[in-house]
Ligand binder design. Structure first.
Ligand SMILES: [Zn+2]
Ligand SMILES: [Zn+2]
Length: 348
């Protein structure tokens, strides 16, 4: 198969990824072998590629918004069958036994593993996904449209939960890329008023088209105080800006896995009146399933930009430069592809 591998992390303009030929992966006893049909390009892939996140698996294949078809199952797998459509996401494994897992906070598991960081991900023709962490996917939605839901969508949803937004509340979204535009659709469907704060004019237009109440610059004050806000842009300088935009009792959730340093905070204007600053760490499987169910019910749609798998590095560079709104999705361009057997490779 063809797969992208990370030689040594560095600026994406210097092309740290290599597109190589390698044997198909072999699933472990509790894993699925997945023929990848689409893989979303997440900002975390950029952080892995550029070294903002430390190397956990040398030569890793990035990618954790995986939509594919089960092409094989490990010996211990009972509830998946070859030919079923499957989603693979960022949270790959937890130990299931630690104090966090036992209290329903598996996103905090110290022994958790992540797809495309600890293990090879979806920038490839085949990958493996632990069966217990694989998501069934709704029928009737295209592979490309589903891919961004699997991280951008799920993490955005957890971030929304972390704001504890009251019913009918006023929500501010700082940054409006792949994750935010999905989060906005859920919040709007649940009755929130959504204000978007981003410098990107194409993203501002998308926000208004989706039904957001306003779209302004990232450092502008929103037109009304906010009950909740989510910082999607990886910019620590925006933390005090967003905290000042909160109403009394408001909550700011930081959605990213990586954030530049937060400047000194002023207690009176940025924290007093019980404003709260919260981080968001990964997600639980329950968050993931709940989001996928809500997305199907509300008709949440990702704005996608398909790239051939062979152009993954360009997709990452375009993400970094902000050259598209919504989400990039890699689609296999079928180089030297030999399906393992006819039955595992549906023709559509
Ligand atoms: Zn655990
Ligand atoms: Zn992601």
């Amino acid at each position: 198969m063809r797969a992208w591998v990370l030689d040594r992390p560095g600026p994406v303009e210097r092309e740290p990824l290599r597109f190589v030929e390698r044997p198909d992966p072999v699933p472990g006893p509790d894993e699925l072998l997945v023929r990848v049909r689409a893989c979303g390009v997440c900002r975390t892939d950029l952080h892995v590629t550029e070294g903002d996140l430390p190397v956990r698996r040398p030569g890793v294949t990035p990618g954790h918004e995986i939509v594919g078809v089960v092409a094989g199952v490990g010996a211990a797998v009972r509830d998946w069958a070859v030919g079923e459509r499957v989603g693979g996401a960022w949270l790959r494994r937890t130990d299931g036994t630690c104090r966090y897992c036992l209290r329903g906070a598996e996103n905090l598991c110290p022994r958790s593993e992540y797809t495309g960081w600890d293990a090879d991900g979806g920038y490839a023709q085949y990958t493996t996904v632990p069966a217990a962490f694989a998501y069934p996917l709704p029928a009737g939605v295209a592979d490309v449209a589903l891919a961004p839901l699997l991280c951008a969508g799920i993490i955005g949803y957890r971030a929304l939960l972390r704001t504890s937004l009251p019913p009918g509340g006023r929500l501010g979204l700082y940054g409006f890329g792949g994750s935010a535009h999905l989060c906005a659709q859920v919040a709007l469907a649940q009755g929130a008023t959504v204000h978007v704060l981003t410098r990107d004019e194409a993203a501002q237009r998308l926000a208004l088209a989706l039904g957001c109440a306003s779209a302004g610059g990232a450092y502008d004050a929103p037109p009304e105080p906010l009950d909740g806000a989510i910082l999607f842009a990886p910019v620590g300088d925006l933390v005090p800006v967003a905290l000042r935009a909160l109403d009394r009792g408001g909550v700011l959730a930081v959605a990213g896995i990586h954030l530049s340093d937060v400047p000194v905070l002023r207690y009176e204007s940025e924290l007093f009146y019980e404003k709260e600053l919260r981080s968001v760490t990964s997600n639980t499987r329950e968050n993931g399933q709940e989001f996928l169910d809500l997305a199907a019910r509300y008709g949440v749609r990702a704005t996608t930009h398909p790239y051939p798998l062979s152009q993954a590095q360009r997709a990452l560079a375009d993400l970094k430069a902000g050259r598209f709104d919504g989400a990039a999705v890699l689609v296999d361009d079928g180089i030297d592809l030999t399906p393992p057997t006819a039955s595992t490779h549906p023709s559509t």
